[in-house]
Design a protein around this ligand. Sequence first.
Ligand code: ADP
Ligand code: MG
Length: 655
Amino acid sequence: MTVEAHKETLEFKAEVSQVLDLVISSLYSNKEIFLRELISNASDAAEKLRFESLTDEELLEDDPNLRVRVLVDKDAGTITVSDNGIGLTRQEAIDTIGSIASSGTRQFAEALRAAQGEADKDKASGDALIGQFGVGFYSAYIVADKVTLVSRRAGLTAEHGVRWASDGRGSYSLETVEKPTRGTEVILHLKDGEKEFLDAWRLRTIIGKFSDHIAIPVEMQKEDVGGDDEAKEDEDKEKGDEAKEPKFEQVNKGTALWMRSKAEISDDDYKAFYKHISHDFEEPLAWAHNRVEGTNEYTALLYLPKRAPWDLWDREQKHGVKLYVKRVFIMDEADKLMPHWLRFVKGVVDSDDLPLNVSREILQHNRKIDTIRGANVKRVLGLLESMARDEPEKYQEFWGEFGRVLKEGPAEDFQHRERIGGLLRFASTHIDEDTQSISLDAYIERMKEGQKDIYYITADSPAAARHSPHLEVFRKKGVEVLLLSDRVDEWLVSHLHEFKGKHLQSVTKGKLDLGELADKADQDKAEQAAKEHGDLLKRLKGSLGQRVNEVRVSTRLVDSPACIVVGEHDMSANLARVLKAVGQEAPDMKPILEVNLDHPLVKRLEAESDQAKFDDLGLILLDQAQLAEGGQLDDPAAFVGRLNKLMMQMFMSGV
Ligand code: ADP
Ligand code: MG
């Protein structure tokens, strides 16, 4: 091969300069990614060499330790990212760096062309587009007004080096140079306004943020990292010549924990890594580490935290799963990797098959991502299921922190409704305390002979649920009722209609249908009573007027005189309250008043001949039934007025 020692100036192919302008203006708010891109290219080059050296050991020359170095030259105003990776030939430099052959940028240019048909290529459309495509090597021009790349392909001799240089304005120069060491150096001549990047600590922080778990070590010069320059100089003088040899230290961790085999990773390693990625002081509750091979290869390491973060209920809360592609950090908070109802899960997904320049927009519609997300959900469900089964106390701890989030699941994930259902825990009339510890499976096991449905009540506090008059008949018959009082519960039961073939039935809705549990005699008695006491029901409806839809005889009450019921398909009174409390529209529903004919108060009412008194008593009955539900009265003063009047009458009649 002859060495072309000439220097030439070449035009960029296609729209490189156009793309460059967009890159620079669009990424200005996110400048520091240039370092991620360059380190990632350097580490790619090292990994390529590592791969090729498997079959050609000579490529490693006498320098087998692959690494990336980031050097700062304050006087020259430059940052250099160098690697001892595969390097570039002159032709490769033309083909890759000098053209927009690289995947992301080419796609970007194509999309740009397409977009030009519709709109002017203004900055706004550029902004929208740039997010969809990676920027790679050209991101160097965000902070540099001149970039020089010096490279030599592994396996070629020193005189086959190439120097590429460009100010990014349409052309570049190419020159053959001597380069004794293999690999590539990219030298950024920083713009005047970007000298902040000459601060070694700043660079170190950026490396820690983006490149910590790249499997290739990233090194910086010791002096660059150390603090006291003068002290260093003195030291150097003392040491004489020897000290002139620059010393490097590794600034990234340099190992991707999730890529190591499970057998090699101790629990302590897992815990330390969790703290690193989650910024949580506590240890994780559990984790799952999986490697998936095949057409969509990736590794997932997912953690369940012990404690809910303070912003768990913040709508804007960031998701905790980081996306890596081939060990290169791509993005934090990749919400496409975990659904909203599992937003508390932290961890890493590292894909071997996604393009490195993947962006949020690409993630929106990517099959591979959908598959990964689906598998992640299954993994977390599996983790929770085995914890619930084998470590119920630990699961209870989890439920206390994140149960309310998991309750969002059935509404969001139709496919896994049943599995999520199996993980739910509730308070119930079966136990005395208000802890949510009863599973639907446990409920089903305790169901009475002949019981068809899973019964629940929703109320706005555990006490209101537990003491609701609606539970009286269930207590009497020994039928368990789930007590739901979290806000999200209404949302949950409006999406989880059944579990394992059993219908979930609110005890405050519709006609009470106890199925085979109902006492036939009771039922007949109630029907008979409705006929016999038709007058009372009519009179009451007359007194209550538009405030109720219907007045009927109750089969659910034992100790209370009356209760409020809503129609089977109406919104529950509790949900209407929740909606109003958060400032949303709720339909003004008219409830049904059910009365307990066996109750002395109702008997006394029936005997009341004074119509004005009857009206007052009827209204009090309705209002107190509403209060017993945890509801609010539209006109509490009127209620108090009637009650006081009643008390006065009692005193005056000497009761
Ligand atoms: P991508 O990394 O997505 O391919 P880039 O714009 O980052 O896009 O890089 C374009 C190409 O330039 C790379 O694919 C690679 O062939 C070449 N390249 C960039 N940096 C280096 C390097 N340090 N060593 C070897 N080749 C490099
Ligand atoms: Mg790249």
